[in-house]
Design a binder for this molecule. Structure first.
Ligand SMILES: *Cc1c(COP(=O)(O)O)cnc(C)c1O
Length: 513
C-alpha cells in the first residue's frame, strides 16, 4: 500500500476518498454513519526498517510507528515525540512493557500492567488523555474567543473507568464523569477511582447494575441538548488512538525474542474481549512484522472463538453475557472486530468493487441487529484463519492455570498471573500441546492485569498452597495504601437519567469555580 499522507475512513462508508484527519477520528471517536475509523491504508515497513527499529527504546519505537499513522498537520513530529514520552513516563518500568523471557521453556510473558492502574488499558489511555489535551489546546489557542471544553462521560465495570480517570486527571479543559455500579466492582478498583482528588474528576456511584449505568450513558449521549451544552466525549475501546498505542508492544516484544531474525516463529496469545488488544497485533502484522499466528484467547463469552471455528463465518451473539472470573472480557459482541471484518471483506473484493466493503459491513451489522447474527462466508473465515487462531477457556480452567503457572515457576520467585492472563496461559498451553515442543515456536502471552486487582480468583486458586500469602506475594505497597486515603464520590440513589444529569450539572458548577 502507498505511504501517502495518513488519513482515515469509516468501516461503514463506501466512499474511498473520505480522507478524515487523525485529529477528527480521535476527537469524534465514532463515525457519523455508525462505523469505526480505520486508516485509509496501512503503512508498510521494509526489512531495513525492521532491523533499525529492533534496537529502539519503547518511546522511540512508539514514535516511529505513530509517525506513520499521524500526519504532521495533525501533530508536528517534535510535539508527537514529547506527548509519547510524557505518556510513558508514568509507568513503573523503564521498559514500559517488560517481557519475562522463558517463564516456561519457550513461553514468554509480556507484562502490560506497569502503568498507574496496574492494567493494560493504561498503555493506551495515558496516551489518549494527552492527545485530547493537545487537540483542545491547539483549538483553543487558535480560537481564544471560544474556549472548547470536553466532558467525558463513561460507565465502567472496573478497569476502563480507572484507566480513563488516571489518563485524564488534571487535564486542562477536560472534565471526567465515571459511573459505576455501587458494590459491584472489586474493592481495589473502587479505591483506585474514588481516591483521585483532582477537581476535574468525579465518580458517580450508582445504585444499580453495570448495564443500568451503560444504558444511562447511551441515553445521555443521545440527548442533543445536554451533549451540545457540555461537548460530550467517550473513551471506550473503539477510539482509534487506543489501537494505535497498542501496536508498539507487539514490535517491542517481538524484537526481544527474535533479534529481528526473519526466520524466528512467534505466536502471540492475547486474552480478548472487545478485540482491541489483539487488533493492534493485526496492524503490526500487516505493517510487516512476521508472525506465525495471533491467538485469540476468550473466556466463556466466546463469540470470537465460535466465529473462527464456524464453516460459514457465522458471527452470532448469545442471549446473555456470562459473568466469569475474567470480568474485563465479559462481552456479547466484540466491538473492534468490525475493523478486522472490514479488511477481510475488502481483501475478498475484485479491484473494481473495492469500494463495496462499507456496503457489505452495513448489511452484516444490520443482520446482527435484527437477527442477532450474520454469516460472513467461508472465504472470509478462511482468510481470518491464516493469521488468527482461537481458544476458549472456562472458569475452572482459569483457576487451574493460575495454579499451574504458580507450580511450574521456580522457587523462590513464584509467578502469579491474574485471571485474564490465566485465560491466555491456558490458551498457550493448548497451542503448545498442538504444535509440540519440536516446532520451535516462541509463544508471547500478553499479561493484561496485575493479579492484585483480582484478589478473589487468585486467592481461590492459590490458597491451598503452603506458604502462599496474598499480602506478601501479590499486593503491591502502592495498592495497599489506597484503602486509607480519603474518598471522593457522589452516591446516586437510583439508575435514573435525570438524577445523573442533575449530578453532572451540579458538579460542573463546582469544577468551574
Ligand atoms: C480490557 C481488558 C481485556 C480485554 O481487552 P480487549 O481489548 O477488550 O480485547 C483483557 N484483560 C484485561 C485485564 C482488561 O482490562
Amino acid at each position: 500500500m502507498s505511504q501517502s499522507k495518513p488519513t482515515y475512513r469509516s468501516t461503514r462508508s463506501s466512499n474511498t476518498n473520505e480522507n478524515i484527519s487523525f485529529e477528527s477520528a480521535i476527537m469524534k471517536g465514532l463515525a457519523k454513519d455508525g462505523g469505526l475509523f480505520i486508516p485509509s491504508s496501512i503503512p508498510t515497513i521494509t526489512a531495513q526498517d525492521l532491523k533499525k527499529w529492533s534496537t529502539l527504546s519503547f518511546v522511540d519505537l512508539a514514535f516511529e510507528i505513530m509517525k506513520l499513522y499521524i500526519s504532521e498537520d495533525d501533530i508536528p513530529a517534535e510535539n508527537l515525540h514529547e506527548i509519547i514520552s510524557r505518556s510513558y513516563s508514568t509507568f513503573r518500568s523503564n521498559e514500559v512493557t517488560p517481557l519475562v523471557k522463558g517463564l516456561e521453556s519457550n513461553i514468554h510473558i509480556l507484562e502490560l500492567f506497569h502503568g498507574p492502574t496496574y492494567a493494560f488499558k493504561d498503555v493506551a489511555l495515558q496516551f489518549v488523555g494527552n492527545l485530547f489535551e493537545y487537540f483542545l489546546n491547539k483549538h483553543n489557542s487558535a480560537n481564544p474567543a471560544e474556549i472548547k471544553k470536553l466532558t467525558i462521560v463513561g460507565a465502567t465495570s472496573g478497569d476502563t473507568g480507572s484507566a480513563a480517570i488516571y489518563g485524564l486527571r488534571g487535564k486542562e479543559n477536560i472534565r471526567v464523569f465515571i459511573l459505576y455500579p455501587n458494590g459491584r466492582i472489586s474493592k481495589i478498583q473502587e479505591e483506585q477511582m474514588t481516591t483521585i482528588q483532582d477537581k476535574n474528576v468525579q465518580t458517580l456511584s450508582v445504585t444499580g447494575t453495570f448495564d443500568n449505568c451503560q444504558d444511562i450513558v447511551k441515553e445521555i449521549f443521545g440527548d442533543e441538548e445536554f451533549n451540545g451544552k457540555y461537548n460530550l466525549g467517550a473513551v471506550n475501546s473503539i477510539n482509534w488512538a487506543r489501537i494505535l498505542a497498542q501496536i508498539t508492544y507487539y514490535f517491542y516484544s517481538y524484537f526481544q525474542i527474535t533479534n529481528a531474525q526473519k526466520d524466528a516463529k512467534v505466536k502471540f496469545v492475547v486474552p480478548s474481549g472487545n478485540f482491541g488488544d489483539i487488533l493492534a497485533g493485526f496492524f503490526a502484522a500487516k505493517m510487516g512484522m512476521p508472525v506465525e499466528k495471533l491467538v485469540i484467547a476468550t473466556n466463556e463469552n466466546d463469540i470470537l472463538d465460535r466465529f473462527l471455528k464456524s464453516e460459514n463465518g457465522e458471527y452470532s451473539r448469545s442471549d446473555d453475557v456470562k459473568a466469569t472470573l475474567s470480568p474485563a472480557m465479559d462481552i456479547l459482541i466484540s466491538s473492534n472486530f468490525e475493523r478486522l471484518l472490514w479488511f477481510l471483506a475488502y481483501e475478498q473484493l475484485a479491484d473494481e468493487d473495492s469500494d463495496k466493503a462499507g456496503d457489505i459491513l452495513n448489511q452484516w451489522f444490520k443482520d446482527l441487529k435484527t437477527n442477532g447474527k450474520f454469516e460472513a462466508g467461508s472465504s472470509v473465515v478462511k482468510a481470518a484463519s491464516k493469521l488468527f487462531d482461537s481458544e476458549s477457556v472456562t472458569d475452572l480452567e482459569i483457576l487451574q492455570s493460575i495454579a499451574k503457572v504458580y507450580q511450574n515457576s521456580k522457587n523462590p520467585n513464584k509467578y502469579i498471573v491474574d485471571p485474564h492472563t490465566a485465560v491466555g496461559m491456558k490458551a498457550t498451553y493448548n497451542q503448545l500441546a498442538k504444535d509440540g515442543l519440536e516446532s520451535n515456536i516462541q509463544y508471547i502471552c500478553l499479561s493484561t492485569a496485575h493479579p492484585a486487582k483480582f484478589a478473589d480468583a487468585v486467592n481461590k486458586s492459590l490458597e491451598s498452597f503452603e506458604g502462599y500469602s496474598f499480602d506478601k506475594d501479590v499486593l503491591p505497597e502502592e495498592l495497599r495504601k489506597l484503602s486509607i486515603l480519603p474518598k471522593k464520590l457522589k452516591l446516586v440513589s437510583r439508575a435514573d437519567i435525570s438524577l445523573i444529569k442533575a449530578a453532572i450539572d451540579e458538579e460542573i458548577i463546582v469544577m468551574e469555580q
